[in-house]
Design a protein around this ligand. Structure first.
Ligand SMILES: Nc1ncnc2c1ncn2[C@@H]1O[C@H](COP(=O)(O)OP(=O)(O)OP(=O)(O)O)[C@@H](O)[C@H]1O
Ligand SMILES: [Mg+2]
Length: 351
C-alpha cells in the first residue's frame, strides 16, 4: 500500500499531557462504530448500538437496563435496538440523545477515561453536519468533559495523515460517504460533499440483489453485512463467493459473487462525480496537486480493489492518484486526538 506524507507532529503538546493533569481525547462518533483514542495511549472501537430489554423477563435475565455495542448485538432478540446516529447525524429524539450519552459513557469507561484528570475532547462529525446537529452533540457530551469541540471528521482524518495541504479525503462510512478538500484550514461548506451511498446503502442493495436472484431466501441485515465485510470487492472477482443461505426449511450454498460486486460498485458513481466537482471548482493552480492526493478512509475503504477501480474511473476525467488510510478504524479518532493536543491551552479555557 503506498504511503504518503508523515503523521502530523503528535508530540507538539506532549508536555501538556505529561504533567498528568489533562487527558486529551479524540472521538469518532459514527453511524456504525464509535472509536475513542486517548492521550494516555488507550483506544477502543465499538458498534454504535444500544439495546434496552423488551420486557420485564428480558430485563431480569440480562440484569441490565441498557446494553451497548457487540453485547447489544448478541442479545438483539431480547432487546429494542437503537442506532442513535443516523447517516452520521445524532438523532434529535430524547431517547436517542440518552442512548448516545450512554454509548459515550460506555466507550469512555472501556478505556478508563471516565476517571480523574481534566478531560478535553474533540468529536469528529460528518463533513456537512449542520449547526444544529453540532449543537446537539456538544450538549449531549458536555457533562463528560472540561472542554469540548466538534470538528469535521474528514479534516480529522487528514490531520492524522499529515495531509493538510491540497488533499481530498473520501471517507466511506456506514451512513454517508463524505468527500472533503483540505487546504490548511478548517474546511468550508464548499469544500465538502456528502452522499448517502455508503456501507448501509451497499447492505440494502446486496439484500435486494440476493432476494431478486434467489426467491424464498430468508435474509437478515446482519447476515448480509457480515458477507459484505468478509467478501467485498470491486472490479474483477478473484474467486467465486459462496455463502450458506436459509431457504424454506433447509440451507443452500449459493453464489453471490455478482451481487457483491454490483452492490459494492453501486457507490462509485457518486464518488467520482463528487471528486470531479471538488477538483474542478478548486483553485486552478492547485487542481493537479489535489488530483494526485486522494485518500480513502472509513470502513468502506476496506472494499478490495476500490483504490484501483476508482483510479481507473478517474482516468475518464483527467486522472487521479488514490491512496488508502492504513488505519480506517482509528484514523478519525486519532486525528481528533492530535488536533485536541495541538490546540493552544487558552483555547480550551474559553470553551
Ligand atoms: N471489509 C469491509 N468491506 C466493506 N465494507 C466494510 C468492511 N469493513 C467494514 N465495512 C463497512 O464500513 C462501514 C463502517 O465504517 P465506519 O466505521 O467508517 O463508519 P461510521 O464512521 O460508523 O459511519 P459514518 O461515517 O457514516 O457515520 C460499515 O458499513 C461496515 O459494514
Ligand atoms: Mg465515519
Amino acid at each position: 500500500m503506498p504511503q504518503k506524507g508523515k503523521t502530523n507532529k503528535p508530540v507538539a503538546s506532549a508536555a501538556k499531557v505529561k504533567d498528568g493533569k489533562n487527558l486529551y481525547i479524540g472521538i469518532d462518533l459514527g453511524t456504525d462504530h464509535t472509536a475513542i483514542t486517548t492521550s494516555d495511549g488507550k483506544k477502543n472501537s465499538i458498534l454504535s448500538l444500544v439495546g434496552t430489554p423488551r420486557d420485564a423477563i428480558a430485563s431480569k435475565f440480562l440484569k441490565k437496563e441498557r446494553l451497548f455495542g457487540e453485547e447489544a448485538l448478541n442479545h438483539r432478540v431480547a432487546l429494542n435496538m437503537f442506532r442513535p446516529i443516523e447517516n452520521g447525524v445524532l438523532k434529535n429524539q430524547r431517547e436517542d440523545i440518552e442512548a448516545a450519552r450512554g454509548l459515550l459513557e460506555f466507550v469512555m469507561r472501556s478505556v478508563g477515561a471516565h476517571r480523574g484528570a481534566k478531560k478535553y475532547a474533540i468529536i469528529g462529525v460528518p463533513a456537512q453536519a449542520s449547526v444544529l446537529s453540532k449543537k446537539i452533540i456538544t450538549e449531549m457530551a458536555k457533562d463528560f468533559f472540561d472542554g469540548i469541540l466538534v470538528a469535521s471528521e474528514p479534516f480529522c482524518v487528514a490531520y492524522n495523515l499529515g495531509q493538510l495541504e491540497h488533499s481530498l479525503i473520501v471517507d466511506i462510512g456506514a451512513g454517508t460517504t463524505d468527500l472533503c478538500r483540505v487546504h490548511g484550514t478548517m474546511p468550508d461548506p464548499d469544500d465538502q460533499i456528502s452522499s448517502i451511498k455508503a456501507g448501509d446503502y451497499i447492505d440494502r442493495e446486496l439484500m435486494k440483489l440476493i432476494s431478486d436472484a434467489y426467491t424464498n431466501v430468508r435474509l437478515t441485515t446482519e447476515m448480509v453485512k457480515r458477507w459484505k465485510e468478509e467478501h467485498s470487492f470491486v472490479g474483477e472477482p478473484k474467486e467465486e463467493i459462496t455463502v450458506e443461505v436459509p431457504v424454506d426449511s433447509s440451507v443452500l450454498k449459493l453464489s453471490i459473487t455478482q451481487e457483491i460486486k454490483a452492490a459494492c460498485e453501486s457507490i462509485i458513481p457518486d464518488i467520482t462525480s463528487g471528486i470531479s466537482k471538488l477538483i474542478s471548482t478548486y483553485d486552478p493552480d492547485f487542481q493537479d496537486d489535489l488530483r494526485s492526493n486522494i485518500w480513502l478512509a472509513g470502513g468502506g475503504s476496506l472494499i478490495r480493489n476500490f483504490d484501483v477501480i476508482l483510479e481507473h474511473e478517474l482516468e475518464l476525467i483527467d486522472g487521479g492518484k488514490v491512496f488508502k488510510d492504513k488505519d480506517p478504524v482509528f484514523g478519525g479518532a486519532d486525528g481528533a486526538l492530535k488536533l485536541a493536543m495541538d490546540m493552544p491551552a487558552e483555547f480550551w479555557h474559553t470553551t
